[in-house]
Design a protein around this ligand. Structure first.
Ligand SMILES: [Zn+2]
Length: 70
Protein backbone atom coordinates (compact mmCIF):
# COMPACT_ATOMS: atom_id res chain seq x y z
CA UNK A 1 0.00 0.00 0.00
CA UNK A 2 1.09 3.54 -0.64
CA UNK A 3 0.22 6.86 0.96
CA UNK A 4 -1.64 9.78 -0.57
CA UNK A 5 -0.76 13.11 1.03
CA UNK A 6 -2.60 16.26 1.89
CA UNK A 7 -1.73 19.30 -0.22
CA UNK A 8 1.35 21.04 1.12
CA UNK A 9 4.73 19.58 1.91
CA UNK A 10 6.09 17.33 -0.80
CA UNK A 11 5.80 13.59 -0.21
CA UNK A 12 8.79 12.28 1.64
CA UNK A 13 9.19 15.41 3.70
CA UNK A 14 9.00 14.95 7.39
CA UNK A 15 5.87 17.04 7.90
CA UNK A 16 3.89 15.61 5.02
CA UNK A 17 0.53 14.54 6.34
CA UNK A 18 -0.94 11.30 5.07
CA UNK A 19 -4.51 11.69 3.82
CA UNK A 20 -5.29 8.09 3.05
CA UNK A 21 -3.64 4.76 2.24
CA UNK A 22 -4.22 3.10 -1.12
CA UNK A 23 -3.43 -0.41 -2.26
CA UNK A 24 -0.94 -0.62 -5.14
CA UNK A 25 0.36 -3.66 -7.01
CA UNK A 26 3.91 -4.56 -6.03
CA UNK A 27 5.83 -1.29 -5.88
CA UNK A 28 3.66 0.50 -8.42
CA UNK A 29 2.47 4.08 -8.13
CA UNK A 30 -1.05 3.53 -9.48
CA UNK A 31 -3.56 2.61 -6.82
CA UNK A 32 -6.11 -0.12 -7.48
CA UNK A 33 -8.79 2.59 -7.52
CA UNK A 34 -6.90 4.37 -10.32
CA UNK A 35 -5.32 7.13 -8.25
CA UNK A 36 -1.81 8.15 -9.29
CA UNK A 37 0.50 8.34 -6.28
CA UNK A 38 3.93 9.88 -5.90
CA UNK A 39 6.89 7.51 -6.29
CA UNK A 40 8.31 9.19 -3.20
CA UNK A 41 5.26 8.49 -1.07
CA UNK A 42 5.54 6.24 1.96
CA UNK A 43 4.69 2.58 1.53
CA UNK A 44 3.67 -0.26 3.82
CA UNK A 45 3.64 -3.98 3.21
CA UNK A 46 0.28 -5.43 2.18
CA UNK A 47 0.27 -7.24 5.53
CA UNK A 48 -0.60 -3.95 7.21
CA UNK A 49 -3.95 -3.87 5.40
CA UNK A 50 -6.81 -3.96 7.86
CA UNK A 51 -4.67 -2.91 10.82
CA UNK A 52 -4.92 0.42 12.66
CA UNK A 53 -1.59 1.60 11.27
CA UNK A 54 -3.09 1.62 7.77
CA UNK A 55 -5.96 3.94 8.72
CA UNK A 56 -7.58 5.72 7.05
CA UNK A 57 -7.73 3.35 4.12
CA UNK A 58 -9.19 4.02 0.65
CA UNK A 59 -12.58 2.27 0.48
CA UNK A 60 -12.38 1.67 -3.27
CA UNK A 61 -9.01 -0.01 -2.95
CA UNK A 62 -10.23 -2.02 0.02
CA UNK A 63 -13.20 -3.37 -1.92
CA UNK A 64 -11.09 -4.24 -4.97
CA UNK A 65 -8.39 -5.82 -2.86
CA UNK A 66 -10.89 -7.96 -0.96
CA UNK A 67 -12.17 -9.32 -4.25
CA UNK A 68 -8.67 -10.45 -5.24
CA UNK A 69 -7.54 -11.99 -1.99
CA UNK A 70 -8.72 -15.55 -1.55
ZN1 LIG B 1 -7.54 3.89 -3.53
Amino acid sequence: MRAEYEEGPAPGERDAEIRIWHMVRLDGTTAMCGRELSPGAATKPADAWGTPEAEPFCHSCGALYLREVP
